[in-house]
Each structure stands twice: as structure tokens, then as C-alpha cells.
Design a protein around this ligand. Structure first.
Ligand code: DX5
Ligand code: ZN
Length: 224
């Protein structure tokens, strides 16, 4: 068991929501006690899907005080970091797999005044993150292959989460450990027990008749 020192944060992913009602959806998850909203940006290259970019983020920014947790599933993220920050992204997470010079990308995000995150795919080892942990606000473990909501949680991610939690605690850091993909009331407890403190959930929140209640239920499940 971990001695996870950080509070549990629920970060609903709007990917599973009706985009015609984005503004209302943000209000609903906030009413349920969500602290962050997870924004999945997909470019059709790094992942097969295309979602949205800075203009949509800028539009919803005016109507929400939630922390905008921006997950960039895009190639060449350096080219767009300024645009996402200007649109209102609070946290900018890039994928390690598309950053040939991760140190430079991290410095660029920091220079923009955003919180800095790095994500790893299921096939990527946590080892690649070790030397950067002291420079990061967040690490994101993908527990499905990125690109689609509604996939089944990959149990292999549990070991990666435990390992990262040990590395973070050993270095006395307070980096957020976020898990993304297949998180629901059943898997939330498992990932939190392994040391995660930020839970991304799309289908479990927006596939629920009451997203407000779903946020509360997910948090309760995570803490029980
Ligand atoms: C997948 C995205 C996830 C997705 C999770 O590539 O990064 O954030 O929305 O969806 P669920 O919770 O349905 O697995
Ligand atoms: Zn995501």
C-alpha cells in the first residue's frame, strides 16, 4: 500500500460527453465536486482520432473555473504549446513518445507559466520518466491505448503506477500521479491503492445518467 500524501482529484474527460453541451457539462461536473476537467486533444496522427484544439478550449474557458487539464495526444506538441496556454490550459501534458527533446519541451511549458505533465503509453516504461520527475507537476499513466474512450482498463498499469509512486516518494516529490483510461468505480480503488491521486474518467462520468452523482460515486469508490 502507498502512503499517497496528495488528495484524490477527479478529472472527468469531456471526450465522452455531448460536445453540443460542453458548457453545461462543465457546470454539472463542478456541481459534483470535480476539481479538474480533462481535455483530450487528438490530432489524427499520434492517435487515429481528431477532437478539438485551442479555439474550443478558449470558448469554454470563459464559463468555467475548473482546472483545465490538457492532455495533448498530438505530434510535434512544441509547435502548439503557446496556443494551448493562451487558450486557457492550466496543465499541459505531452506524450514522451513524441518528444525527442523532452527537457526542452518541459522547459517550454514551464516558461509559459503552465503546470507541466508528461504522459506515457501502455508500451512505454516508467524508466523514461525517472530523470525528469523533479521537473514535473504531473505524470500520466495511460491505462488504455490512447485515442478512444470506453476501453477496458489494462491491469498491467497497476505495476507502473506503484513503481512511479515509489520513485516519487523516494525523491520526496509531490508530483501528481494521474491515471487515464477505463477508470470506473471498480478500478478507481485499485489505482489509488497503487498510488495514483488523479483519476481521469470519461465514460464512467458522462455515460452515467447523472454526471454530478458519478463524480461523487467515483470519489467514494476511490477512497473506500
Ligand atoms: C483516451 C483519453 C481518455 C479517455 C478516457 O485516449 O486519453 O482521457 O477520455 O475515457 P474512458 O474513461 O472512457 O476510458
Ligand atoms: Zn486523456
Amino acid at each position: 500500500m502507498s502512503t499517497n500524501p496528495l488528495p484524490i482529484i477527479v478529472a472527468p474527460s469531456v471526450l465522452a460527453s455531448d460536445f453540443a453541451n460542453l458548457r453545461e457539462n462543465l457546470t454539472r461536473i463542478e456541481a459534483g465536486g470535480a476539481e479538474w476537467v480533462h481535455l483530450d486533444v487528438m490530432d489524427g496522427h499520434f492517435v487515429p482520432n481528431i477532437t478539438f484544439g485551442p479555439p474550443v478550449i478558449r470558448s469554454i474557458r470563459k464559463h468555467s473555473t475548473l482546472v483545465f487539464d490538457t492532455h495533448l495526444m498530438i505530434e510535434e506538441p512544441d509547435r502548439y504549446l503557446g496556443a494551448f496556454r493562451a487558450a486557457g490550459a492550466d496543465i499541459i501534458t505531452v506524450h514522451q513518445e513524441v518528444c525527442p527533446n523532452l527537457e526542452r519541451t518541459i522547459a517550454k511549458i514551464k516558461g509559459l507559466g503552465a503546470k507541466t505533465g508528461v504522459a506515457i503509453n501502455p508500451a512505454t516504461s516508467v524508466d523514461v520518466l525517472e530523470e525528469f520527475l523533479h521537473d514535473l507537476d504531473l505524470v500520466l499513466v495511460m491505462s488504455v491505448h490512447p485515442g478512444f474512450g470506453g476501453q477496458e482498463f489494462m491491469k498491467e498499469s497497476i505495476d507502473k503506477i506503484s513503481r512511479l509512486r515509489r520513485l516519487i516518494d523516494h525523491a520526496h516529490l509531490s508530483v501528481h500521479l494521474e491515471v487515464d483510461g477505463g477508470i470506473d468505480a471498480r478500478t478507481a480503488g485499485q489505482v489509488v491503492a497503487a498510488g495514483a491521486n488523479v483519476l481521469v474518467a470519461g465514460t464512467a462520468i458522462f455515460g452515467h445518467p447523472s454526471p454530478e452523482r458519478a463524480v461523487r460515486e467515483l470519489r467514494e469508490a476511490a477512497m473506500s
